[in-house]
Ligand binder design. Structure first.
Ligand code: C2O
Length: 535
C-alpha cells in the first residue's frame, strides 16, 4: 500500500459555456475537478486550501471511512466548513473497496461545479472479474446553470419556490454540439476498431436522474457504486445523482462518429425537461466532418424501462466477492418521504416548501454532529428520530391534508454497534410525486426489495432477494413506491442519509444515524485530526 497525496486549491475561475462566461468555484481551476487515482489499500491525503469567498467542505462519496467520519466531509454533520484562507487535510484509508466513486463539495449547492472522479484500482496483481479493457475513460454527467448557483439556491431554499432548472446537461463539463458555442465544449472520446473500453460513468448532476446511451453500441454493466455486478448488456443505462456505473464498450461498429447522449428520466408529472447533452465517440482516422448519429434514448417518462433496468442489477456474489446480506434484522425502520408547507413571512406566497422523513424536516445544526457526539456536547441534536411515521395512512392514495403537518428539528436515530438494520423508504404523494435517490454515508447497503404502492409488511418481505441483491451506496425510491435496504451497523460514527437531489436535501429531506461505539478497542470513533476546522 502507498500514500497518495493531493493538493486541492479551491479557487474561483471564469468558465464559459453556452456562449456565456461566468465565475465558478473550482478545484485547481479545473471543471470538472481532478481525478483521484488510488489502489485498494492506499492511504490518501488530500489537502484542501480554500482561496474562495465561500465556505467549503469536500465529501468522498461512497468511501466507507471506517471509524473515521472526520474525513467524510458533509458540512455541519462531520465537520464545520473550511473557511476562506484555511486548510484541512482529509486523511483516509481505502480499505476493502475498488471501483469508481467520486468526490464533491458537500455544502449548499457548491457541488454544481466542485466535483470529480475517484478511481480505485484493485490491489496489485488482482484482475477485474471481467475482460480486461484496453483503456479506461471517466464520464462525468452534470448540469450547467447560466445564473449563479447561489442565486438558484436562494430561489429554492429561501423563497420557498422550486428554483430554475439548469440550462444544459453536460458530459465531462461540456454540453456538446446540440447547444450553441459548442466547438470547444464537446467531449470527444477516440476509439480504435476492435478495442474494449471501460467507461466509468458518474452522475454528478444536482437534480436529475439520467439516461445515458451510445449510438450503435451496446454497453455491458459490470459495476455500480464500486461493487461488481453480474454483467448484463443494455442499450441504455439509468443513473441517479450520486450513483456510478462502470460499463464495457466494444469498438466493433463501422468506423465513424457516434453520439453519446444523456437526458433526464422524469417520472414526476410536472417536469418537462429535454436538455440532452452529447459527446462524441470517434473512431481513429475518421474526419471531424462526418455527421454523428444520435442514440435512441428511453423517453423521459419511460418508467417501465427504469423498473426493468433496476431489476437487472445484481451483486456479482462470487466466492471472491460474496454478497454478505444480513439475514436477520435487529432493528426495523420505516421512513415516509413527504412534502409539506410551513408559513414563511419572507416568502412569496407566505409559505415555504419543506421535505420530510416521518414528517420531520431536518434542521441543519451550527456544530458538527460528529463533534457533538464525540465530545458529548449537549443540545446540538436529539437522538429521538421515530422508527415509524406518526400515524400510518394510505401513503400512495389521495393526498391527505391531515398528514401535511411537518415538524422541523435536528433529530437523528441512535443505532447499536453491529446491529443489522432494515430501512424501508416509502414514497408518499402528499404534495408531489417524485422518485428519490437516497444516499447513506459511511456504508454500503443491500437493496433487498422494491415495489410500487404501499409497502406491505405481511407480504413484501417474503419476496425479498436475500441472495444476490445489489450492494450500493445510493438507491432510488420509485415514485409512489418503496425500497427496502439492509446494512450491518459496523462503522461507528455519525452518518448522514439524504436524498441526493440537491433541491430536496435543501428542503430538509435528510437525517443521520448515530452508530454507537463497539466494546472492542478498535471499534470506536478515532480521535479527530488536529487541523479539523473549528465550529
Ligand atoms: Cu454524494 Cu451526502 O453525498
Amino acid at each position: 500500500a502507498a500514500i497518495k497525496k493531493y493538493q486541492f486549491d479551491i479557487q474561483v475561475k471564469n468558465v464559459s459555456r453556452l456562449c456565456h462566461a461566468k465565475p465558478i468555484v473550482t478545484v485547481n481551476g479545473r471543471f470538472p475537478g481532478p481525478t483521484i487515482y488510488v489502489r485498494e489499500g492506499d492511504r490518501v491525503l488530500v489537502n484542501v486550501t480554500n482561496h474562495a469567498q465561500y465556505n467549503m467542505s469536500i465529501h468522498w462519496h461512497g468511501l466507507k471511512q471506517y471509524r473515521n467520519g472526520w474525513a467524510d466531509g458533509p458540512a455541519y454533520i462531520t465537520q464545520c466548513p473550511i473557511q476562506t484562507g484555511s486548510s484541512y487535510t482529509y486523511d483516509f484509508n481505502v480499505t476493502g473497496q475498488r471501483g469508481t466513486l467520486w468526490w464533491h463539495a458537500h455544502i449548499l449547492w457548491l457541488r454544481a461545479t466542485v466535483y470529480g472522479a475517484i478511481v480505485i484500482m484493485p490491489k496489485q496483481g488482482t484482475p477485474f472479474p471481467f475482460p480486461q479493457p484496453n483503456r479506461e475513460v471517466e464520464i462525468l454527467l452534470g448540469e450547467w446553470w447560466h445564473s449563479d448557483v447561489e442565486e438558484v439556491v436562494k430561489e429554492g431554499t429561501n423563497m420557498g419556490l422550486p428554483p430554475n432548472m439548469s440550462d444544459a446537461h453536460t458530459i465531462n463539463g461540456k454540453p456538446g454540439p446540440l447547444f450553441p458555442c459548442a466547438e470547444k465544449h464537446t467531449f470527444v472520446m477516440e476509439v480504435e476498431l476492435g478495442k474494449t473500453y471501460l467507461l466509468r460513468i458518474i452522475n454528478s448532476a444536482l437534480n436529475d436522474e439520467l439516461f445515458f446511451a451510445i449510438a450503435g453500441h451496446n454497453m455491458t454493466v459490470v459495476e455500480v457504486d464500486a461493487v461488481y455486478t453480474k454483467p448484463f448488456t443494455t442499450s441504455a443505462i439509468l443513473i441517479a445523482p450520486g450513483q456510478t456505473t462502470n460499463v464495457l464498450v466494444q469498438a466493433n461498429q463501422i468506423p465513424g462518429r457516434y453520439f453519446m447522449a444523456t437526458r433526464p428520466f422524469m417520472d414526476a408529472p410536472l417536469s418537462i425537461d429535454n436538455r440532452t447533452a452529447t459527446a462524441i465517440l470517434q473512431y481513429k482516422g475518421i474526419p471531424n466532418t462526418v455527421l454523428p448519429t444520435l442514440p435512441q434514448l428511453p423517453l423521459s417518462n419511460d418508467t417501465q424501462f427504469a423498473l426493468s433496468y433496476n431489476k437487472k442489477l445484481r451483486s456479482l456474489n462470487s466466492p471472491k466477492y460474496p454478497a454478505n446480506v444480513p439475514l436477520k434484522v435487529d432493528r426495523n425502520l420505516f421512513y415516509t418521504i413527504g412534502f409539506g408547507k410551513n408559513s414563511c413571512p419572507t416568502c412569496l406566497n407566505g409559505t415555504k416548501l419543506l421535505a420530510s422523513l416521518n414528517n420531520i424536516s431536518f434542521a441543519m445544526p451550527q456544530t458538527a454532529l460528529l463533534q457533538a457526539h464525540f465530545f458529548n456536547i449537549k443540545g446540538v441534536y436529539r437522538a429521538d428520530f421515530p422508527d415509524k411515521p406518526p400515524t400510518p395512512f394510505n401513503y400512495t392514495g389521495a393526498p391527505l391534508k391531515a398528514n401535511l403537518g411537518t415538524a422541523t428539528g435536528t433529530r437523528v436515530s441512535k443505532i447499536a454497534f453491529n446491529s443489522t438494520v432494515e430501512l424501508v423508504l416509502q414514497d408518499t404523494n402528499l404534495l408531489t410525486v417524485e422518485s428519490h435517490p437516497f444516499h447513506l454515508h459511511g456504508y454500503n447497503f443491500f437493496v433487498v426489495g422494491t415495489g410500487i404502492g404501499n409497502f406491505d409488511p405481511a407480504k413484501d418481505p417474503a419476496k425479498y432477494n436475500l441472495v444476490d441483491p445489489m450492494e450500493r451506496n445510493t438507491v432510488g425510491v420509485p415514485t409512489g413506491g418503496w425500497t427496502a435496504i439492509r446494512f450491518k451497523a459496523d462503522n461507528p460514527g455519525v452518518w448522514f442519509m439524504h436524498c441526493h437531489l440537491e433541491l430536496h436535501t435543501g428542503w430538509g429531506l435528510k437525517t443521520a444515524f448515530v452508530v454507537e461505539d463497539g466494546p472492542g478497542q478498535d471499534q470506536s470513533v478515532l480521535p479527530p485530526p488536529k487541523d479539523l476546522p473549528p465550529c
